[in-house]
Ligand binder design. Structure first.
Ligand code: FDP
Length: 352
């Protein structure tokens, strides 16, 4: 953390382990990050541990969702005007109570909450968390991968509580970000930025996350693209030209690329991170500012992709440099390998 100090994370949090540490637990990884900093108070470490705990609690609820009969709609709508499913609420409450327990998190901005929820008014609570507690909700009741997305920011000043301004900050100011994928196994992927991206797989028999994917780097190439082609009639001419290009036959560039689209951001982004290629949810006639949310969807993934050697853009601008104006602001999102994203941008600029 070198962390607990001001601004960006430094030193041991930001350096990949020298020798392979595959097999260590998430807790050990988090504690080791603190060990290099005798002055660290443990607050950031504790916050990361609470996120790990929430991931375990949510995974157990996701795995038992059908059995526990908690699937289905509550009949209410969330701030995005979407129907809220019970599991969304369960995940949201689980995260809020885990983060509220140790007093280090001042407030949380969540997809499920219109306004940030203040968790501690103690001025020593120096962090705020952005989250989509259960992303991909339309996939819940068809048993397809869903996930939790999170980002941690340092509160602006040492004063009590938190306000919108603590959240309306460009993604490059994130101290840490990551996601939990509830897939064929549960995986937690986390980065503190330049220290690399690390993936931990959950072993339900012992109740621990173990380091399984050390220092993830997005492969170049990959020959995959991920986009909701059902929206093609609403796309701009530039997006259509790019889309036609990836589907053209050309041996030299390995085209046509294969299309993979789950419809859960966490699943589509995770596959892109591990296998390469590009994920895009561009602006279209219906979603003129894009569909995905900047603060708790685009920014955490942009932070992860850049730390893994990839890129994240709106098509014309680096996502992590956007100055947010609203908590639930939407943004076009393109995530992927450097070459693939750069090529997409060339299409957007009309250079191809
Ligand atoms: P969902 O509506 O199911 O919550 O966050 C929104 C999101 O899922 C993303 O997870 C996903 O990438 C995208 O929307 C899917 O949108 P489309 O159904 O429009 O393709």
């Amino acid at each position: 953390m070198g962390t607990e100090p001001e601004g960006r994370l430094t030193q041991s949090w930001t350096q990949p382990p020298a020798a392979s540490r595959v097999g260590i637990t998430l807790e050990t990884y988090i504690l080791d990050g603190m060990m290099g900093f005798p002055e660290a108070t443990g607050a950031f470490t504790s916050l990361l541990n609470q996120i790990g705990l929430a991931a375990k609690l949510i995974t157990s609820k996701v795995r038992r969702a059908g059995l526990a009969n908690i699937l289905g709609y509550t009949g209410e709508t969330n701030v995005q005007g979407e129907q809220v499913q019970k599991l969304d609420e369960v995940a949201n409450e689980t995260l809020l109570s885990s983060l509220g327990r140790r007093g280090h998190c001042a407030a949380v901005a969540s997809e499920e909450l219109e306004e940030p929820r203040v968790l501690s008014t103690d001025p020593r609570a120096r962090y705020v968390v952005v989250t989509d507690p259960l992303d991909g909700s339309s996939n819940i009741d068809v048993n397809i991968s869903i996930g939790t997305i999170f980002g941690i920011l340092r509160k602006k000043e040492d004063r009590a509580g938190a306000e919108a301004a603590d959240f309306l900050r460009p993604g490059r100011e994130l101290l840490a970000a990551g996601y939990v994928l509830y897939g064929s196994s549960t995986m937690l992927v986390i980065t503190t930025g330049v220290g690399g991206v690390h993936g931990f797989t959950y072993d339900p028999t012992v109740g621990e996350f173990f380091l399984s994917h050390e220092n993830i780097r997005i492969p170049s190439g990959g020959g995959l693209y991920s986009i909701n082609e059902g929206n093609s009639g609403r796309w701009t001419e530039e997006v259509r030209r790019w889309n036609a290009w990836v589907k053209e036959e050309d041996k030299g560039t390995g085209r046509p690329y294969a299309c993979r689209y789950v419809g859960s951001l966490v699943a589509d982004a995770h596959r892109t991170l591990l296998k390469g290629g590009l994920f895009a949810y561009p602006a279209d006639r219906k979603n003129q500012r894009g569909k995905l949310r900047l603060l708790y969807e685009a920014n955490p993934f942009a932070f992860v992709f850049e730390a893994a050697g990839g890129r994240a853009t709106t098509g014309s601008e680096r996502i992590l440099d956007i100055e947010p104006t609203e908590l639930h602001q939407r943004v076009p999102v393109v995530l992927g390998g450097t070459e693939e994203v750069t090529l997409f941008e060339e299409f957007m600029r009309g250079k191809r």
